[in-house]
Write a new protein. Structure first.
Length: 384
């Protein structure tokens, strides 16, 4: 056979083989693209759009802590989340979600229309003590979702007080049509039971927070807020006993909501300094929830008024005393077996209180908090 002809045939066979291999590779590549498109479509179809309504965007530690837990759970369920907020830019940045302005009604209604689920809560949104206007607003959001045939979830709320007849009629009529109702206290559950509404009593979502264990800085934390029975005699007594029982310890004052906490915390700082000018006192403002949790976890002891400040400290295994201003703080102190301090200075035996807080076991406190995990089962069923 002619050598030149043989070379041509060999090259032709090689070229045909290359073409075949290239064709196989191309088909595999195109199949891969089709598969990826299929996966993307499947994920998009399974990602339910959820709108969250609540007291968000106001830099309130407790509400933001609840929102943090809720968003973390919904993301684990592949939800596409939009939060209604007074400060949508900050909320979107802080929680890595979509956000819409609370009183941008056209955009708010479009967001609800495009969603499948509306979650209202937590906190005490459905009450008329703060103002009738706030109740009407949160009811409007719920009513809009119901009219648009969305699944409505009432999430770990406190219902009431409802002092007006119109308020009771409004809330009753709306909650009758909710897909699932969960409440955070027995009083709310009893009220809804009277209305023939089945409400599940749940633990506070903040108990489900993940707080890293970090080395202690041996500081003493104090978290105060304005309240009708807050008084100078109490502040003086608390300062005196802190300085006596924890000499030369740094005192960190936590301001969780500037409007309600700052003035009383500054007053307490001045009282401490008047009794001991050499003690170190720091005012810590709530700006970043992760940083606040870290600061709380570093404490040796915490004396706190706000419900979620007490929960965060217990969760971190910090020896904690609760300052009694609300029934839910009272009940939490009883359940966790931690000291409860009265705002009426003459009612307190500070020696016994301080002996009690020093004897607390951080491990027991953490175990208690971990036993109060939030039950997500009803919410999870909506994503199956």
């Amino acid at each position: 056979m002619d050598l030149h002809l043989l070379k041509q045939r060999v090259l032709l066979l090689l070229l045909q083989g290359f073409r075949q291999k290239a064709s196989e590779l191309l088909n595999q590549f195109l199949s891969g693209i089709k598969f990826m498109k299929f996966l993307i479509r499947a994920v998009q179809m399974s990602s339910k759009k959820v709108v969250i309504s609540g007291y968000y965007g106001f830099d309130n530690f407790g509400d933001d802590a609840i929102l943090s837990v809720l968003c973390e759970k919904l993301k684990s369920l592949s939800a596409d989340i939009t939060v209604i907020s007074a400060n949508p830019q900050k909320t979107a940045k802080d929680f890595l979600v979509n956000s819409v302005k609370n009183f941008d009604l056209p955009n708010l209604l479009k967001t609800i229309s495009d969603s499948e689920i509306l979650i209202s809560g937590g906190g005490s949104l459905l009450q008329d003590v703060t103002s009738l206007k706030s109740l009407l607003y949160y009811s409007f959001v719920l009513f809009s979702a119901l009219v648009m045939r969305k699944d409505v979830i009432i999430f770990a709320q406190g219902i009431g007080p409802l002092n007006r007849r119109i308020s009771k009629l409004l809330v009753n009529s709306i909650l009758q049509h909710a897909k699932f109702v969960s409440v955070r206290d027995e009083k709310s559950q009893a009220l809804l039971a009277d209305w023939k509404i089945n409400a599940k009593l749940v633990n506070d979502p903040v108990f489900s927070l993940s707080i890293q264990e970090i080395p202690k800085n041996f500081a003493i934390g104090v978290q105060l807020r304005e309240f009708s029975t807050m008084n100078d005699a109490f502040l003086v007594s608390l300062a005196q006993f802190l300085l006596n029982d924890f000499p030369n310890r740094k005192i960190e004052l936590f301001i969780f909501q500037k409007a309600l906490d700052e003035r009383v915390c500054k007053k307490f700082a001045n009282i401490v300094k008047s009794q001991n000018p050499h003690v170190e006192v720091e005012l810590i403002y709530y700006e970043n929830r992760t940083e606040i949790f870290k600061r709380i976890a570093q404490l040796d002891y915490m004396f706190a008024m706000r419900f979620h400040a007490v929960i965060a400290a217990i969760k971190a295994g910090v020896k904690t005393a609760a300052i009694d201003y609300d029934i839910k703080v009272q009940r939490l102190a009883e359940e966790a077996s931690i000291p409860l301090i009265s705002l009426m200075a003459e009612e307190n035996d500070f020696n016994a209180i301080f002996d009690s807080i020093k004897s607390l076991s951080p491990a027991r406190l953490s175990d208690f908090a971990n036993s109060k995990q939030f039950d997500w089962s009803e919410i999870e069923t909506l994503f199956l």
